[in-house]
Design a protein around this ligand. Structure first.
Ligand code: AHR
Length: 501
């Protein structure tokens, strides 16, 4: 049996948790929009074609923002194709996913759908094949009161009041040769600056995200980011990072230590942003928007990524298992631990495409990754606490000896609620974790455990609850100490009512 101790003091605060780290991402890709969120004619859809079973399943993820419409898709998207009477909207070639885009769902439909999900839009603009002018026009369409051409067009389309979109992404993965309109860093930086310059003049209340690297494996990793951040410093508020975790080598011990890599990426960006701030002798603080993250490696290759010029082909329909869920948990736990750096993050994606929810014509399937995300999003409020972990190590392949316990904690001073998230990454041994609370008494505690019959256990349409959290007992061997046993591998979430001593 592995052992670990986590020490917490509610005065040892990292930073307030920005709830926007629990955001999601919806792209025009595969069956994400069509047959995912929008399925007119299906009896599970409302009169506007929005699937209400999908909306109900998304609500417990408490997503403050949903990024839209891409992704790679946005870099050749003309947003004007997706507004106005549906019968007049053109069908277009989507070069990102070799599909046909019907444009039956566009900006106005997305805004309506966000309201139903209790989320807010995070819009991405096309800086690949379009530029500043088209980006500014979209902002005008979304945010200006009537009185100018694009705002009047919105009203003519039935939406008099502005949408007030607050967060905007200046393109997507412009560092990637696969991206429509991909350019070197200095050219992207100029495009982003020009778009940002128009956009912030029009609406100074918005926040802008510049593209950073699309992955740590990119040759231009951090250098692309540095160029964009430095050049656009006065215009932007965030730089983005993306990561998709993979287990191609099928080594669970190695894969389950993925949190070490996520920590490292955040550290890299912390260093980069601090460097540019110092170089510019600036008072401004720039933060990280980790606006695409997930596990994705099984549904890859032509079969899964090329739509053969069809509408809504089933693309990137990754099936998630227990080890994937524990990696998803480690993403959010890393974001909480570094709440000082990561202020926004988007689970990529939300329905059908690398998603916690799959649909068929009759309903939804909740995949394994859904559960840790829902639990963390529900419980983590207030401030991120420093975590002092003393844990048995385990062998994680070429990642070396890694602490078996990964931990994150939040404390809400408004009500004394403490949440603790514990992942046992060792796939072979259970772990006994003791949580020692330095400065609070425990008034009540409840806990759930997420595990499965093995690391590859997955929810299927036939067995939809193979991987789902179950309540467990928490021991209190002495005042101020909570003790749980976590299966190898598994995750325990603790919800603790406390009073400060
Ligand atoms: O989320 C799938 C794709 O992954 C996105 O379109 C792109 O930004 C990333 O490469």
């Amino acid at each position: 049996m592995n052992q670990a101790t986590l020490r917490l003091d509610t005065h040892f605060v990292v930073a307030p948790i920005d709830r926007r780290i629990f955001s999601g991402f919806l792209e025009h890709l595969g069956r994400a929009v069509y047959q995912g969120v929008y399925d007119p004619g299906n009896e599970l859809s409302d009169k506007n074609g929005f699937r209400h079973d999908v909306i109900a399943a998304l609500k417990p993820l408490f997503m403050p923002l949903v990024r839209y419409p891409g992704g790679n898709f946005v870099s050749d998207y003309d947003w004007t194709d997706g507004i106005g009477p549906k019968a007049n909207r053109p069908k277009r070639l989507d070069y990102a996913w070799q599909s046909i885009e019907s444009n039956q769902f566009g900006t106005d439909e997305f805004m309506q759908w966000c309201k139903l999900v209790d989320t807010k839009p995070m819009m991405a603009v096309n800086l690949g094949t379009a530029g500043a002018r088209q980006a500014a026009a979209l902002l005008e369409y979304c945010n200006l009161p009537v009185g100018t051409a694009w705002a009047d067009k919105r009203a003519a389309n039935g939406h008099k009041d502005p949408y007030g979109v607050k967060v905007w992404c200046l393109g997507n993965e412009m560092d990637g040769p696969w991206q429509a309109g991909h350019v070197p860093a200095d050219e992207y930086a100029r495009r982003a600056y020009q778009a940002g310059y128009l956009m912030k003049q029009m609406d100074p209340t918005i926040q802008l995200v510049a593209c950073g690297s699309s992955g740590r494996g990119m040759g231009t990793y951090l250098e692309y980011d540095r160029t964009a951040v430095d050049y656009c410093w006065d215009q932007i508020d965030f730089v983005s990072a993306h990561r998709y975790s993979e287990n191609h080598r099928n080594d669970s011990a190695w894969f389950l230590a993925e949190g070490t890599e996520i920590d490292r990426i955040i550290e890299d960006y912390d260093g980069l942003l601090t460097y540019v701030r110092g170089k510019r002798r600036s008072k401004k603080h720039m933060h990280l928007s980790f606006d695409e993250w997930n596990v994705w490696y099984k549904a890859m290759g032509d079969k899964h990524q090329r739509g053969n010029w069809k509408e809504a082909a089933p693309l990137l329909e990754e099936v998630y298992n227990l080890e994937d869920a524990l990696v998803a948990a480690q993403y959010l736990m890393a974001f909480i631990r570094r709440a000082d750096v990561v202020k926004m993050a988007c689970l990529a994606q939300i329905v059908n495409v690398i998603a916690p929810i799959l649909t068929n014509e009759k309903g939804v399937l909740i995949q394994s990754i859904y559960h840790p995300i829902a639990q963390i999003a529900k419980l983590a409020h207030g401030q991120s606490l420093m975590t002092l972990v003393d844990s048995t190590k385990y062998k994680a392949g070429d990642r070396g000896e890694v602490a078996a316990l990964d931990a994150a904690a939040s404390y809400d001073p408004a009500n004394g609620n403490l949440a603790v998230f514990l992942v046992n990454r060792d796939p072979t041994k259970a772990l006994t974790a003791s949580v020692r609370l330095a400065d609070v008494t425990v008034d009540g505690v409840s806990a759930t455990c997420l595990t499965g019959k093995d690391v590859k256990a997955a929810n299927t349409w036939e067995h939809p609850n193979a991987v789902a959290p179950k309540p467990i007992e928490v021991e209190q061997p002495e005042p101020g100490t909570l003790r749980v046993t976590i299966p190898g591998p598994g995750m325990v979430s603790l919800s603790v009512k406390t009073t400060r001593r």
